[in-house]
Design a protein around this ligand. Structure first.
Ligand code: MN
Length: 507
């Protein structure tokens, strides 16, 4: 697990001096052992750094301020080994800007029934101290994750690991630039929204870049670099196209490689982590231009970790980048996807997920095929290259963010990817899934929640990741899962409407 080497999570143990210096020394020793144990478990993707005991208001404030200012620190875990009067946490919590996880655990697993005396109980009273700390967090409306469990248990460590991945994506998105090549697709509502509020709430910044500027990079791409990339394609993917430089298909692949190099170059130059494209804005016909949307480039850049949203969908581009970051080192893969066509088939009724071209090969069941076909959408209808594959089958989770005018809503749906039938006349990458709890209720709830036709999917992430993300960002989340009923879901949407209207701090 090296993906998050640049990050740390700090561990701060609450105590006080009431029980004497010896008690604090013991607390410190136990904490060190626990942090070492957590790091040695191999279950945590981010290194935990023990920052000592906090025994006073001044010490709490000092360590939280330091956490705010430390670039490597992406979150803080607190644990009250003994009783830690919570008024001493007020000033620190007022300052803390990093995500917070409150770990309710205990150094010893079981009560030492035969030997336990009053000294032992005073020292090991997280049952007591963690409630005091929890109270002040709740009283101060501090958003945090509360994890309850023995620190050596895998289930406890997994909950911390999930939160750590979300913290990494959160940290990454606080320095995220999304570039829009062209504008939104005209008249589309759901992919648009308030970019100012998105930056305030979720951290990422969205800029516009005229396609003419992208074409300056396109003009500078060297033929030998294109040739090298084309050769790489032929090594990586199955294809019937000949790598001989003679056919029209080869030329189309060449154009796709050139587009990829131009996009990567401008994204690097701008320090961008994601981008959007628009099929109606591909450069001037009488000047430098793309022959069609750079679909193959988008597929490959997504796999590299660049956020991507089609038709100017900057919210999906930012969300996909976060999904990719959270997914680092996990096996299943992730992609931007789009609800395209329904298949009514009783209990197996499902939604075909595809896009014109832009599906990430990280979710492919088998080695993708490189193909060239006609694409008759957009300003420049022509032959274009793409990777064709079908997704793996199995359970996953998909998510989207919509702007409701007074707030952002994160909509999460558990889905089951099933085996599609062959699509000989539809040479694009695709997945076929049944939304949980079933097609009728799942799709209905998604539509009631105002969800997009675009979403960011992963086989590895679960709703727990999204819950942690929504908590950190302070945005609404609704989760459509195996237990969802239309009646209860509608009630939740109505209750949330009131909650967010009253809770102006979150709107
Ligand atoms: Mn679309």
């Amino acid at each position: 697990m090296n993906a998050f080497d640049q990050y740390e999570v700090w561990f701060v143990t609450g105590a006080q001096l009431l029980y004497g210096g010896d008690a604090v020394v013991a607390v410190d020793g136990h904490s060190t052992e626990m942090v070492n144990g957590l790091n040695a478990s191999g279950k945590l993707p981010v290194k935990v750094v023990y920052k000592g005991t906090a025994n006073s208001s001044k010490e709490v404030e000092a360590v939280f301020k330091a956490a705010n200012n430390d670039e490597k620190c992406i979150g803080v875990i607190t644990w009250m080994h003994t009783f830690s009067p919570a008024k001493m946490w007020i000033h620190g919590l007022q300052q803390l800007k990093k995500p917070l996880l409150h770990l309710h655990t205990q150094f010893n697993k079981e009560i030492p029934w035969d030997t336990m005396d009053m000294d032992f109980m005073n020292l090991n009273q997280s049952a007591h101290g963690d409630r005091e700390f929890g109270h002040i967090c709740t009283r101060m409306r501090i958003r945090r994750k509360v994890v309850v469990g023995y620190w050596q248990d895998e289930a406890t460590q997994h909950k911390i690991a999930v939160w750590m991945r979300v913290c990494a994506a959160w940290a990454d998105s606080q320095d995220m630039l999304i570039i829009r090549f062209g504008d939104q697709m005209n008249n589309v509502a759901v992919t648009d929204g308030d970019k100012v509020e998105a930056e305030v709430r979720m951290g990422y910044h969205v800029d516009y870049c005229p396609v003419s500027e992208l074409m300056e990079y396109h003009d500078q791409v060297k033929d030998e670099d294109v040739k090298a990339l084309v050769d790489e394609y032929f090594q990586l993917y199955d294809t019937d196209i000949q790598n001989d430089g003679r056919t029209n298909e080869y030329q189309t692949v060449w154009n796709a490689a050139k587009a990829e190099l131009a996009l990567r170059a401008i994204l690097k130059a701008k320090g961008a982590k994601g981008f959007t494209t628009n099929f109606d804005d591909l450069g001037q016909t009488d000047g430098s231009h793309f022959d069609q949307i750079p679909g193959l480039a988008s597929q490959r850049l997504m796999a590299e970790g660049y956020g991507f949203g089609a038709e100017g969908d900057w919210k999906s581009a930012a969300l996909y980048r976060m999904v990719w970051v959270m997914n680092q080192g996990l096996k299943g893969g992730c992609s931007f996807l789009e609800d395209y066509t329904l298949n009514f088939d009783g209990e197996n009724s499902a939604i075909l997920q595809a896009h014109m071209l832009e599906v990430c090969p990280l979710i492919a069941a088998k080695k993708p095929r490189l193909e060239v076909h006609f694409l008759g959408i957009g300003i420049r209808k022509s032959q274009t290259a793409r990777l064709v594959f079908t997704s793996k089958t199995g359970a996953g989770c998909t998510a989207t963010v919509v702007d409701l005018g007074n707030r952002f809503r994160l909509i999460v749906n558990d889905v089951e990817c099933i085996e599609p039938k062959p699509l000989p006349k539809l040479p694009v990458a695709s997945a076929l899934w049944i939304p949980q709890p079933n097609f009728e209720v799942g799709a209905g709830a998604w539509i009631l929640a105002g969800g997009t036709h675009h979403s960011c999917f992963s086989y590895d992430l679960t709703a727990e990741y999204w819950e942690d993300y929504a908590e950190i960002a302070g945005i609404e989340m609704v989760h459509i899962n195996k237990d969802t009923t239309t009646e209860a879901f509608k009630k939740e949407l109505r209750m949330n409407e009131v909650y967010y209207m009253l809770n102006k701090a979150l709107c």
